[in-house]
Write a protein that binds this ligand. Structure first.
Ligand code: GLP
Length: 281
């Protein structure tokens, strides 16, 4: 697992976006796994900047959402389909028909999950899966005690997750109680995983994910089982890591050919690698 500790939240987005665009530049029709929530927004903003400047072409990119709320009507502004259209499809100029989201409006959720799994099998594997992390260590909507073998299915949202996501709704009661989510096994099947986290409120979950025991009590610890994981976090999210000095040291001494975060941020000073971010293992 490569742990990159960035000096700021904006720097998290810049470094993580460099990883995603590297994949898309190598394969124009790359399959990208999309996360919602606030954590990846800076990645999408950076990618959209590159698209606007015609340094990146996402018109052939295929994409899969990690999850979707159950029961929100089609077009609800907080359904993940709507959120992804606003935050990703339009700014990155993806084709809407290339973006696949579990159908949270389906009367038959079992069939909806099976159809989504089939599409993942047909178009996958996902080349790079973008992930955030919940305060309770969830990834996607795989709440604590989710099986490491789980696949796309309906889940009940933890009260803590509903409370955290209430900020996106006009009242806490409006947050759906259920969701459809890719399982931990689906996530582990992606070729590369890229997780971003910012802020001290994520520090406990990040420490358990990176350095804690492999446990379904912290679903994100499943990332320890994957051979190609990059975790990009800011100083605040890194503050509970025991080996943060080691991650910084390792990143500062990365061989040039292993670097993916080339180039200065648009309009900013060059903080490439050793200057701007640190840490790997
Ligand atoms: C949400 C999403 C996750 C996301 C997480 C953290 O509920 N289902 O994919 O990573 O919770 O959200 P945020 O980035 O807003 O903190």
């Amino acid at each position: 697992m490569q742990v990159v500790i960035a000096g700021s939240s904006a720097e998290v987005g810049r470094i993580a976006a460099a990883k995603v665009s590297q994949v898309i530049r190598k394969r124009a029709d790359a399959v990208v796994g999309l996360a919602t929530g606030s954590s990846p927004l800076s990645i999408y903003a950076q990618l959209s900047h590159q698209v606007r400047e015609e340094r990146l072409d996402c018109s052939s990119v295929r994409a899969f959402a990690l999850d979707e709320y159950v029961g929100l009507p089609v077009g609800h502004p907080q359904s993940y389909r709507s959120v992804l259209e606003r935050d990703v499809v339009e700014p990155l100029r993806l084709k809407r028909s290339n973006v696949h989201v579990p159908d949270g409006t389906a009367a038959d959720v079992v069939s909806a999950c099976a159809a989504f799994e089939q599409r993942l099998r047909d178009l996958g594997p996902v080349d790079i899966q973008i992930l955030g992390i919940g305060r309770n260590g969830h990834i996607g909507f795989n709440e604590p005690t989710s099986s490491f073998a789980s696949r796309t299915r309906i889940k009940t949202l933890a009260p803590k997750t509903r409370a955290d996501n209430a900020r996106f709704f006009s009242s806490p009661d409006e947050v759906p109680t259920h969701c459809l989510t890719q399982g931990l096994a689906n996530i582990l099947e992606a070729t590369r995983l890229l997780l971003v986290a910012q802020g001290e409120k994520k520090a406990d979950a990040v420490a358990k994910m990176v350095e804690g025991p492999l446990s379904s009590m912290c679903p994100a610890s499943a990332l320890q089982l994957h051979a190609d994981v990059t975790v990009v976090i800011d100083d605040a999210a890194a503050c509970k890591l025991t080996l943060s000095d080691y991650y910084r040291y390792t990143y500062q001494n990365l061989p040039e050919w292993q670097r993916f975060d080339a180039g200065p941020p648009p309009g900013g000073s060059s903080e490439r690698g050793p200057g701007g971010a640190s840490g790997t293992s």
